[in-house]
Design a protein around this ligand. Structure first.
Ligand code: ADP
Ligand code: MG
Length: 691
């Protein structure tokens, strides 16, 4: 039986009382497998003696003490017991907060084992957090679990220990013997025991390595299999033939390119060549287009859409916000409609009558290309022949949403776009079976945005500078972390978009039209404001992070982010990407609170030192860990237990090589030595991966 198959309720474990079971279930631990996979967050080495006298140099004291006596502090019901102890090296006091019962156990003269964190206070060595046990009790290395309400370490340790006793003999190996030997890993059951109750620190290390390798190996097997599956889908006759011209473009694509006032950057040309190759091939495309903010991904997606339409199919371009979807629709109307394709725009806000007409057009094939928000995959939307799905800002969509829209076509091509680059380490895991195109260059003539950090108390200087830019005819964004601080009870600490819009209009830039935009303003109004900003009728936009993605106004040269330390690095990078979109020099001011923490300073320095989104994403990953990367956790990209693809990057690469070489030799996992892998996948896949 595989560990994951131990689905028996935790209640079956001997000694688990109903109250404890209640708390376990509340903590999400339902089965024996859940319990055994609830790994310690730390281990305490109680073999090593640390006498009281060495409390300062060690995080924990671990010694044998004699109880000297009791005293009390405080009065009445609030009385707290103080137990005096000594271990031959020093004397100390144990403060028994809410543990008055210890008085009966710790009688003067007794000897006990003592474990705890000690401090020097009021001339005494003291501890308020300690554990005490009878002198003879075996010690060893003890696990420390991440526990929630109602559960304590001792109860949990006992439960795990009982569960190991009863179930360990049933647990089968999950990795092929060859790999275990080659990698110097432990047998699974031993590894599981050792991760909870390691006989030595060296064995703990091996146990961790074993379990981590197992997770990563299956992760890569799953990724590899999915890649194979997609490659075995065969769709009908070639849908689109790229021209035999030097650029490899189709006739319609060529016509668009010829109409543009600029030429494609090498990165754009490379990306569209790769996309054309995929779209004309028999295997459905699954391609991730990565390119920094402002690199011109939209245009590439329009070219791809033209190819789908030219071949007689439909294309859908999905954007995460209505603002962005509308901007795409307007650009498409300007660039593509003159070439022939019939476009439409669909969001949740389209009124009933118009919507009905539109849905008819899509279902009947009278619409070639649709741009919109999540409304594109609503239940009542169907497509005559959906051949290409473009997902812009893909990290903003969940897995389920992406599959909903894919299901509306018959193996449509998928183009996902992101300016929040997926760092290499994650690219190997989650996106391991996607093809990736990268646009490394920005359109020519762009000057890098000049970034400045400014203390809040120096905001006056920033305002003066922005006024100078406004005087030269430019426009500016001011971004705040909140819409209205007063409503959110934070008026004293934080500036907000609403209050600041009034202040910017009234005091700071009285000569210029200022507008406010945020997520609670209704869509039509938002759209009117953006349109007026685009036309230059509004010169200063006070906003929240709604302007983070996609917004493209090239005359805007100033981005001021106030309370910048409150934004994540990828958000700051996106925000900075709203300027520097024309040929003028642009500026980004990150205004920070006067009492900036070290951590906040480190993050802002990354913005100052780097302009490359890929580097910023890697830094972000280092600072925050993979779970925090925009969208990864929420979208359920992957669920790992002990492994961390960033920290364990070297193991990951090894596991990947091993997994892929197995799949290459034996895609169906039919060789006898690979049956086990097929079996694990079928009965108890240890990880889930989706995109
Ligand atoms: P992103 O990759 O961030 O989505 P956009 O597609 O919004 O970038 O493009 C940013 C701006 O660059 C747009 O105004 C677009 O018209 C312009 N642009 C795109 N490609 C080129 C090019 N090859 N040369 C000059 N400008 C371009
Ligand atoms: Mg974009």
């Amino acid at each position: 039986m595989f560990l994951r198959e131990l689905t028996e309720p935790v209640g079956r474990i001997r000694g688990a009382g109903p109250k404890t079971i209640g708390y376990l279930i509340k903590a999400g631990i339902h089965s024996v497998a859940d319990l055994l996979c609830h790994f310690p967050r730390d281990w305490e080495d109680r073999e090593r003696v640390v006498p009281l006298a060495q409390f300062a140099e060690n995080p924990q004291v671990n010694t044998t003490v004699t109880i000297l006596g009791h005293t009390w502090i405080g009065f009445g019901g609030k009385r707290t017991l103080k137990v005096l102890v000594e271990d031959g090296s020093a004397r100390a006091e144990l403060l028994c907060w809410n543990r008055r019962f210890l008085g009966n156990q710790l009688t003067p003269g007794r000897r006990c084992r003592l474990w705890g964190h000690f401090q020097y206070k009021y001339g005494k060595i003291q501890s308020g957090s300690f554990e005490i046990s009878p002198e003879g009790e075996p010690q060893g290395i003890l696990p420390v679990y991440p526990l929630s309400e109602g559960l304590n370490q001792n109860t949990f340790r006992h439960l795990v220990s009982r569960a190991l006793e009863s179930y360990l003999p049933l647990i089968d190996e999950e990795l092929p013997q060859g790999i275990i030997e080659q990698e110097g890993l432990l047998p699974r059951a031993l590894a599981l025991r050792a991760i909870h109750f390691p006989p030595s620190m060296a064995e703990l290390d091996r146990a961790k390595r074993t379990l981590i390798y197992g997770e990563l190996f299956y992760l890569e097997i799953i990724v590899g299999r999915r890649a194979l599956e997609r490659r075995t889908i065969r769709r009908g006759p070639t849908r689109f033939a790229a021209e035999q011209n030097p650029e490899g473009l189709s006739p319609l694509q060529r016509r668009l390119v010829e109409r543009l006032p600029f030429t494609l950057t090498p990165g754009q040309a490379g990306a569209i060549a790769e996309i054309n190759r995929d779209m004309s091939g028999p295997i459905p495309m699954a391609r991730l287009l990565q390119g920094d903010v402002g690199s011109g991904k939209t245009l590439v997606s329009f070219l791809a859409a033209l190819a789908a339409v030219e071949a007689g199919g439909q294309a859908a371009i999905l954007a995460p916000t209505e603002l962005l979807a509308r901007q795409h629709a307007e650009n498409a109307a300007r660039l593509l409609e003159p070439l022939g394709p019939r476009l439409s725009f669909l969001t949740g806000n389209i009124r009933a009558s118009g919507r009905k007409e539109l849905l008819k057009g899509l279902a009947g094939g009278h619409v070639d290309m649709v741009l919109g928000t999540h409304a594109l995959f609503s239940d009542d939307v169907s497509y005559a022949d959906l051949r290409l799905v473009v997902v812009d800002e893909q990290h903003r969509f969940g897995v389920a949403q992406r599959s909903l829209i894919m299901a509306k076509g018959n193996h449509p091509d998928l183009l996902m776009m992101s300016a929040t680059p997926i760092p290499r380490t994650l690219a190997l895991t989650v996106f391991g079976d996607l093809d990736v195109s990268v646009i490394r260059d920005l359109p020519p003539g762009r000057k890098p945005v000049k970034t400045h950090l400014a203390r809040q108390s120096n905001e006056g200087k920033v305002y003066d500078f922005v006024r100078g830019e406004l005087d030269r005819g430019r426009q500016a964004y001011f971004v705040y972390p909140l819409i209205a601080a007063a409503e959110e009870g934070r008026a004293a600490e934080l500036k907000d978009a609403q209050t600041m819009a009034a202040r910017l209009a009234g005091e700071v830039f009285p000569a210029y039209p200022v507008a406010l935009i945020h997520s609670r303003i209704d869509e039509e109004e938002k759209q009117r404001i953006m349109e007026r900003f685009r036309r230059g009728e509004i010169r200063v936009l006070a906003a929240t992070s709604v302007v983070e993605v996609g917004v493209d106004v090239s005359n805007a040269t100033c981005m001021v982010v106030e309370h910048a330390e409150r934004f994540g690095l990828s958000a700051l990078h996106q925000l900075r990407g709203r300027v520097g979109r024309g040929s003028e020099q642009s500026y980004c001011f990150l205004v920070y609170s006067d009492d900036l923490t070290q951590d906040g300073k480190t993050r802002l320095m990354v913005m100052l030192e780097h302009t490359d989104g890929f580097v910023i994403a890697e830094e972000d990953l280092k600072l925050r860990g993979p779970g925090q990367i925009a969208g990864i956790e929420q979208s359920g990209y992957l669920s790992l237990g002990l492994a961390d693809p960033v920290r364990d990057a070297a193991e990951l690469e090894k596991a990947r090589r091993e997994a892929f070489s197995i799949l290459e030799q034996d895609p169906g996992l039919l060789f006898p030595e690979h049956r086990l892998i097929a079996d694990v996948l079928k009965k108890a896949p240890p990880v889930t991966v989706t995109y």
